[in-house]
Design a protein around this ligand. Structure first.
Ligand code: ZN
Ligand code: ZN
Length: 116
């Protein structure tokens, strides 16, 4: 099972590399579906969804709600660092947001460790 964070990363990559990333991803989903690869097809459907979200460019990050960090296991949920978010996830380690926190080094808002 591909991780959510990889979905978002792939979506971002496609948006940089392709003129019509959503069309490309939808086409891949169709191809895999017709080839009988339902799991692969589902992954590409999620990438289509991610591209749509990213393309909307809302002022609030659609991935982390501006928390800058997301849950490593659920990359579409903000991670509970030192700040509290209503929908923050506490199930495990945090990861830099694949949408808005891809600098090197990542923007750190808390002083804990990324103890994966
Ligand atoms: Zn989680
Ligand atoms: Zn973000």
């Amino acid at each position: 099972m591909i991780a959510d964070i990889d979905i978002w990363r792939t979506a971002r990559l496609l948006m940089r590399q392709r003129d019509e990333p959503e069309f490309y991803a939808a086409q891949r989903a169709d191809e895999l579906y017709e080839a009988g690869d339902l799991v692969g097809s589902r992954v590409w459907q999620r990438i289509v969804f991610a591209i749509r979200n990213l393309a909307e460019r809302s002022p609030v990050c659609p991935v982390c709600r501006n928390a800058k960090w997301v849950c490593e296991s659920h990359a579409d949920r903000p991670w509970k660092g030192e700040r509290s978010h209503v929908s923050a996830c506490e199930c495990g380690a945090g990861a830099p947001c694949p949408m808005c926190n891809q600098g090197e080094p990542p923007d750190v808002q808390w002083d804990g460790k990324n103890g994966g």
